[in-house]
Design a protein around this ligand. Structure first.
Ligand code: MG
Length: 453
C-alpha cells in the first residue's frame, strides 16, 4: 500500500486520480506521515470544491489524528487562504486538498509548513522518506486531540489582501467586474472581495459545487464563456481563477483573453511604479518581466518552476513582487505565496489609478509571442529524455537550473518535466509569432522522438 506509483509527487505535494491511484488507504498513510513529519503539531486542513474533497479530507484527518496532531478544518478555502490561516493561527503546518488546475478526476495534497509556505525540495524529501519508512507516530487513546473548525478564514484573508490597497480609490470607480471561478474554491471569497471594493459583479461558474464547467486551467481555450460575458455586460474587466484560486487570468473590456503571462507582467508594471525593488520569477516566465524591470532599473532573479522556489528567493532578497507567468502573482505584503485575490486587487488599483481601460494597460506590456506545448511522458522516462535533448542544443549555452533553458537573441526555449502531470512541457517565447510556433514545433518533435527512442 505504500507505493507512490501512478502518482505525481514533488514540491507541489502528491497528486493522483480519484478512484484509481488516490485511495483512502494511501491518503490516510500520507496523513499519518505528515503528522509524524510535523511532530504531532497543529495542522490546518482546507480543500477546494472537488466532489472528491470529503473523501480525501476524512481520510487525511484520520491519518493526522492518529499521530496525535490537533487538526483545524477550514473546509472549502482557496490555497492562499489556507496558507494565510496557518500563519494567522500559529499552526505548525497545513494540508490543502486540491489538484489546482488539473481536471476534475484529479485530487491532491499540497503540504505547507508553519510559515504558510510549501515544503521545499529538501523538506519534501524528508517527508517522503518518513512516508516510505512507515514508522509513524501512534497516539494512544488519551493522547488523541480534537478536530476543530474555524470560520474566520475569509475575514482574515480579505483583511490581509486589502490592508495595503487604496480601497476608497477603487470604490469610487464603481467597476463592473466579470468573474469566472470555475465553480472552484474562489467562488465564495472572490465575490465578497469585489463587493468590498464597490464593484458591480457579473459572474458565471461561481457555485462552489466542484462541477467544473470547463477545464480549470485559466488559459485561453478555457475562457470563452467569460470573454462573451465581458462583452455582453460591457464589464470593465474580467477575472478567471483556477480551482484553488492561486492563479488568475485577465480579460480586457473588449473581451480579449490576455495570455496568463499578463497577470504578473501588469502587476509588476504597477507595483514597480509604486516601489522599486527586485523581481523574482521562474525560468518559464515571459521576458516582458525583464523589459519592465529594466525600465525601472531593477534586477530580475529567475528560479526553478514551482511556487516554493520563487517564494523562498523572493523572501531571501526582500523583493517587491514575484510569481509565475502562469497567472500566479506573489505580493509579499500579503503572503509569500501565489494569490489570485492579491493579483485582482493590484489590477483594480492599477485600473483605478489610470484614465485608460485595461486593454490600453495591456498594450503597454512588451509584446512577446509564446507557445506552450506538452506531451505525455511517464515519470520514469523523463530523466533519460531530458539527457537526450542536450544534443539538440550542444552549440548553445544551456541553463540547467531546471530541465533545459536556452536563450537566443529574440527568443528562448525551456523544456522541463512537469511537477504536477506526467508530461514534458515545452515553453517557447519570441518577438515573432511564427518563430515561436516553429521553434516550439521543432523542439516538441525532438522530445517525442526521444520519448519513443
Ligand atoms: Mg492552483
Amino acid at each position: 500500500m505504500s507505493s507512490l506509483v501512478n502518482l505525481m509527487t514533488g514540491v507541489s505535494g502528491v497528486r493522483g486520480i480519484v478512484g484509481r491511484s488516490l485511495t483512502p488507504e494511501l491518503l490516510t498513510r500520507l496523513g499519518a506521515a505528515f503528522g509524524t513529519y510535523m511532530k504531532a503539531g497543529h495542522i490546518i486542513v482546507g480543500r477546494d470544491t472537488r466532489t472528491s474533497g470529503d473523501m480525501v479530507k476524512y481520510s487525511v484527518f484520520s491519518g493526522l489524528l492518529s499521530t496525535g496532531c490537533n487538526v483545524t478544518d477550514i473546509d472549502i478555502a482557496t490555497t492562499p487562504s489556507c496558507q494565510i490561516m496557518i500563519e494567522e493561527l500559529g499552526a505548525d503546518g497545513g494540508v490543502v486538498i486540491s489538484a489546482s488546475h488539473n481536471p476534475i478526476e484529479w485530487n491532491a495534497l499540497k503540504l505547507f509548513k508553519a510559515n504558510g509556505m510549501y515544503l521545499n525540495k529538501e523538506e519534501s524529501k524528508e517527508f517522503f522518506d518518513i512516508y516510505h519508512k512507515g514508522h509513524f507516530l501512534k497516539a494512544e487513546w488519551n493522547q488523541l486531540k480534537d478536530l476543530e473548525t474555524d470560520a474566520s478564514t475569509i475575514r482574515r484573508h480579505l483583511k490581509k489582501v486589502l490592508k495595503h490597497i487604496d480601497v476608497e480609490k477603487i470604490r469610487r470607480r464603481k467597476f463592473k467586474v466579470a468573474l469566472d471561478c470555475c465553480n472552484g474554491a474562489g467562488s465564495i471569497i472572490t465575490p465578497i472581495l469585489l463587493e468590498k471594493l464597490g464593484c458591480q459583479i457579473v459572474s458565471i461558474h461561481c457555485l462552489p459545487n466542484g462541477l467544473f464547467p470547463h477545464n480549470p486551467e485559466p488559459i485561453f481555450i478555457n475562457l470563452g464563456d467569460l470573454s462573451k460575458l465581458v462583452k455582453k455586460t460591457r464589464a470593465d474587466i474580467g477575472f478567471a481563477q483556477d480551482a484553488d484560486a492561486d492563479r488568475v487570468a485577465v480579460i480586457t473590456e473588449k473581451g480579449r483573453i490576455l495570455s496568463e503571462e499578463y497577470s504578473l507582467s501588469m502587476a509588476t508594471q504597477y507595483r514597480l511604479s509604486q516601489k522599486k525593488g527586485t523581481v523574482v520569477v521562474n525560468l518559464s516566465t515571459s521576458r516582458a518581466i525583464d523589459d519592465i524591470a529594466d525600465s525601472y532599473g531593477v534586477p530580475v532573479i529567475r528560479t526553478a518552476v514551482g511556487e516554493i522556489n520563487v517564494a523562498e528567493k523572493l523572501k531571501e532578497v526582500n523583493g517587491v513582487i514575484g510569481g509565475e507567468g502562469n497567472g500566479g502573482v506573489i505580493d509579499p505584503r500579503v503572503h509569500y505565496g501565489r494569490d489570485s485575490l492579491a493579483g485582482i486587487v493590484i489590477m483594480l488599483e492599477y485600473l483605478a489609478s489610470e484614465r485608460e481601460p485595461v486593454s490600453k494597460l495591456a498594450d503597454r506590456i512588451p509584446k512577446y509571442y509564446s507557445a506552450k506545448l506538452k506531451t505525455d511522458c511517464p515519470d520514469s522516462k523523463s530523466a533519460k529524455v531530458m539527457r537526450g535533448l542536450r544534443n539538440m542544443f550542444k552549440k548553445e549555452k544551456i541553463d540547467f537550473t531546471e530541465g533545459l533553458k536556452v536563450s537566443f537573441d529574440h527568443s528562448w526555449v525551456h523544456i522541463r518535466p512537469s511537477g504536477t502531470e506526467p508530461v514534458i512541457r515545452v515553453i517557447v517565447e519570441s518577438q515573432h509569432k511564427k518563430q515561436a510556433s516553429d521553434l516550439a514545433d521543432k523542439v516538441l518533435k525532438e522530445v517525442k522522438k526521444q520519448i519513443k527512442g
